[in-house]
Design a protein around this ligand. Structure first.
Ligand code: ADP
Ligand code: MG
Length: 629
C-alpha cells in the first residue's frame, strides 16, 4: 500500500517541472534532429545577405554579419552547448562522486588528503580558475569542457562525501562488512545505491550552470572557435552589433535563457521527487484541514440540552489510488457536558480517525470526510473554515495524543511549548505565559516545575512527557478533551497514575472527555459511558456499568473476556478468532459476522441498525436474544 503516486505522475503534477520538461524535450529534439532538418549550412557565408532581419529573404531568424542563417546556427549551436554542458556534468559527477565516496568511506588520512585537495580547488573563485585553466591549455571547446568539469568536481565531492560519511557508520554497512564483503564491493553495492539519488539531484541542478559557464567561456572567446558556433560564441559575436542588429545577439541570448531555465525547473522537480528527505514530506504533505465532501446532509437541528459535542453519522474515508478505505462509516454519539465517554475497539477500528475528523485533523490527502455532522455550540464543525477550526483547536477542544515523544517538539523546552499553546489563543506576554506554563506543570504534579519547565522532552521520562501533554491540553481550559490512547505508550504503574490525574483534573476543570482506548480495564475505571467500535462503526453504546455487566453485542462480550481480572488468575482469557476486516473490503451486513460465534444467515444481508434496547443501551446486532441465551 503506497500513498505516493508514481514518480512520473508526481513530476507531471508539478506544473513548473512539467513545463521545463516540455520545453527541454522540444529543444533536445530540435538539436538532435539538426542533421536531418531542412536547414541551411550553418557556416555558409553570403556577404550579400548580411544582417537580414527575421523573415527576410527566407531566413526565419535573419542572418548575422557574415550572412549566415541564424536559425541554422542556433540549432547547431544549441547542440554544441548541450553536448558540452552535459559532458562536463558527467565528468564532474564521475570524478567528484568517486572522490566523495572514497573520502567519506575511508575516513581518516585518506579523507583528509582528498578533501584538502578539494579545498584547494575551492579556494579560487571557480570562473577565474576555469579562465586560468583555459589560458594554460589554450582556447578551444574541449579545453573549456575540461576546465568547467574540473572546477565543478568539488561540488560533487563535498556533497557525496557528507552523505557517505553518514552512511558508512550505519549498521547495514557493518553487517555487510561482517558478511565478508570487501571494501570495493561494499562501496559499489551498499553505499553507491544509497547516494545515487543525491548524485542525480546534484547533476540535475548543476547541468544548467555548466551550460551557462561554457557559454561564458565561449562568450569571452575561450571556448568554441570560429567557424564552429555555440550559444556563447554567437552571443559574443552579436554583442558588437547590439544596436544595429539586436536580433543577432537576442536570438542566442533567449535560447540560453530558455535552455537553462527549463533545465533548472526540471532539475528542481527531479530533486523534489528523488530527495529521500522529501519523500514522505513536502510532496504529499497533508492540507491544514481535512477535505469535506458531503453529498446530502440532514438539516442542522439542535441536539438535546447538555450535549457538549453531537456527532451524527460521521463518515471518513481514505482514497489510495483505486482503493477506498472506509475508516469511519457512519459514527454517531453524543458527548455530554462533564461526561467521560470511552471509545473502545481493536487497533485499526477507526477510533483515531473518528477523533481526528472532529476538528478536521485527519490527513488530506488521502483522507476525506464524506458525510455527517459534528455539532459543537450550535454549529456544524464540518462547515467551519480553517480560521474557525484554528480558533477551536487546542482552545475549546484539546487533544492528548498517544506518544508524547512524537507530539512534543524536540528542540524547544517543554515550558516554551506550553507557553506557546497559551499564547496561540490568548494575547498575553511571554512572561505571563511562562508563569502559566509553570503553574500547569505544577498542576499535573511535576515536581520542581520551575526547573523542569526548562527541560527538553528527551530529558523527561515517558510519564512526565505525557503529563506535559496533559498540561498543554489543559492550558486554555478547553470544554472538551480528546485523549487518544494517552497511556498506551507508558508502563502499567505510570499508566495508572496518569489516568488518575487526568480524571481528577477533568473533574476539576469540568471538561468533557472523549477517552479512546483499546483496554476495557481502563474504561471501567474512568468512563461514565462507553461506545464500542468495530470496523469503523459503533456496535454497542451504553453506560459503562450496563455494557460491562450485560454486554449485548458478541464483539463486546469477546472484548471484555480478553481483560484479565486481578485476583482471578485462573480465569480463562478468551481470544477473538480471525482478524478484523480490511476497511476497503467490508463484508455486506454485519462486519463482525465472519468472526461471530452466533452468526446466522440473516447476519450477512442488509444493513444492521443500531437499536435501542432500552435506557440508552444501543446495540448493532440482530441476534441479541440468541447471544443472551
Ligand atoms: P485505531 O482504531 O487503531 O485508532 P485508526 O483510526 O488509526 O485506528 O485507523 C483506522 C483505519 O483507517 C486503519 O485501518 C487504516 O487502514 C486507515 N487509516 C488511518 N490513517 C490513515 C492514513 N493516513 N492513510 C490511509 N489510511 C489510514
Ligand atoms: Mg489509534
Amino acid at each position: 500500500m503506497s500513498a505516493r503516486p508514481g514518480s512520473w505522475k508526481l513530476l507531471l503534477n508539478n506544473r513548473l517541472a512539467a513545463i521545463g520538461l516540455g520545453v527541454l524535450a522540444l529543444t533536445l529534439l530540435c538539436a538532435l534532429a539538426a542533421p536531418i532538418l531542412p536547414l541551411m549550412q550553418p557556416d555558409a557565408t553570403a556577404l550579400a545577405d548580411r544582417l537580414m532581419r527575421p523573415f527576410e529573404g527566407g531566413h526565419v531568424l535573419g542572418t548575422d554579419h557574415l550572412g549566415r542563417d541564424l536559425l541554422s546556427r542556433l540549432i547547431w549551436g544549441t547542440r554544441v552547448s548541450i553536448a558540452v554542458g552535459v559532458s562536463a556534468t558527467l565528468i564532474a559527477a564521475v570524478f567528484g562522486s568517486a572522490i566523495g565516496l572514497i573520502a567519506g568511506y575511508a575516513g581518516g588520512r585518506t579523507d583528509n588528503w582528498l578533501m584538502r585537495g578539494i579545498d584547494m580547488l575551492m579556494a579560487f573563485p571557480y570562473i577565474l580558475l576555469a579562465l586560468a585553466i583555459v589560458a594554460v591549455l589554450g582556447p578551444g571547446l574541449l579545453n573549456a569542457l575540461y576546465a568547467i568539469a574540473l572546477v565543478n568536481i568539488p561540488f560533487f565531492a563535498r556533497n557525496i562525501r557528507g552523505v557517505t560519511l553518514g552512511l558508512s557508520r550505519r549498521d547495514f554497512i557493518d553487517a555487510a562488512r561482517l558478511s565478508g564483503k570487501g571494501h570495493v564491493r561494499i562501496l559499489l553495492t551498499e553505499v553507491l545505491p544509497n547516494v545515487l539519488p543525491i548524485i542525480v539531484i546534484t547533476m540535475s541542478t548543476t547541468v544548467g550552470w555548466m551550460i551557462l559557464e561554457t557559454a561564458g567561456l565561449s562568450f569571452l572567446g575561450l571556448g568554441a572557435q570560429p567557424p564552429q558556433a555555440d550559444l556563447g560564441s554567437m552571443l559574443g559575436e552579436g554583442r558588437k552589433l547590439l544596436f544595429n542588429a539586436p536580433h543577432v545577439s537576442l536570438v542566442p541570448g533567449l535560447m540560453i535563457f530558455i535552455l537553462v531555465m527549463s533545465i533548472n525547473l526540471l532539475g528542481d522537480g527531479v530533486r523534489d521527487i528523488l530527495d529521500p528527505r522529501l519523500k514522505s514530506g513536502v510532496l504529499s504533505r497533508p492540507a491544514a484541514s481535512t477535505k469535506v465532501e458531503r453529498q446530502d446532509t440532514s438539516p442542522l437541528t439542535p441536539g438535546p440540552a447538555g450535549t457538549a459535542l453531537d456527532v451524527r453519522d460521521l463518515a471518513t474515508e481514505f482514497r489510495l489510488g483505486p482503493e477506498v478505505y472506509k475508516a469511519v462509516g457512519g459514527v454517531s454519539f453524543q458527548l455530554n457536558e462533564r461526561e467521560c465517554l470511552g471509545l473502545v475497539g481493536e487497533s485499526g477500528s477507526g477510533k483515531s480517525v473518528t477523533a481526528l475528523s472532529l476538528l478536521g485533523l485527519a490527513p488530506t490527502p488521502p483522507g476525506t470526510i464524506t458525510g455527517g455532522r459534528v455539532i459543537y455550540d450550535g454549529r456544524d464543525l464540518l462547515e467551519a473554515n480553517l480560521g474557525e477550526l484554528r480558533h477551536l483547536r487546542g482552545n475549546r477542544i484539546a487533544y492528548i495524543f498517544q506518544d508524547p515523544l512524537s507530539t512534543l517538539h524536540p528542540l524547544f523546552s517543554v515550558g516554551d511549548q506550553i507557553a506557546e499553546a497559551v499564547r496561540a489563543h490568548h494575547p498575553v506576554s511571554y512572561r505571563e505565559a511562562w508563569a502559566k506554563a509553570v503553574r500547569l506543570l505544577d498542576m499535573v504534579r511535576i515536581p520542581n516545575a520551575e526547573n523542569r519547565a526548562r527541560a527538553y522532552p528527551h530529558q523527561l521520562s515517558g510519564g512526565m512527557r505525557q503529563r506535559v501533554g496533559i498540561a498543554m491540553a489543559l492550558a486554555n481550559d478547553a470544554d472538551i478533551l480528546i485523549a487518544d490512547e494517552p497511556t498506551t505508550a507508558l508502563d502499567v504503574t505510570v499508566q495508572a497514575e496518569v489516568l488518575k490525574l487526568l480524571n481528577h483534573l477533568r473533574a476539576d476543570k469540568q471538561a468533557a472527555l472523549l477517552f479512546i482506548t483499546h483496554d476495557f480495564g481502563v474504561v471501567s475505571e474512568l468512563c461514565d459511558r462507553v461506545a464500542v467500535m468495530y470496523a469503523g462503526r459503533i456496535v454497542e453504546m451504553g453506560t459503562t456499568r450496563e455494557v460491562l455487566e450485560s454486554p449485548a453485542h458478541p464483539y463486546t462480550r469477546k472484548l471484555i473476556a480478553c481483560v484479565p481480572v486481578l485476583g482471578q488468575p485462573d480465569r480463562r482469557l478468551d481470544t477473538i478468532e480471525g482478524l478484523p476486516p480490511t476497511m476497503n473490503r467490508l463484508p455486506a451486513g454485519c462486519a463482525f459476522a465472519p468472526r461471530c460465534p452466533h452468526v446466522a444467515d440473516s447476519c450477512t444481508k442488509g444493513d444492521m441498525r443500531l437499536e435501542d434496547m432500552g435506557g440508552g443501551h444501543l446495540v448493532r446486532c440482530i441476534r441479541t436474544q440468541e447471544v443472551a441465551a
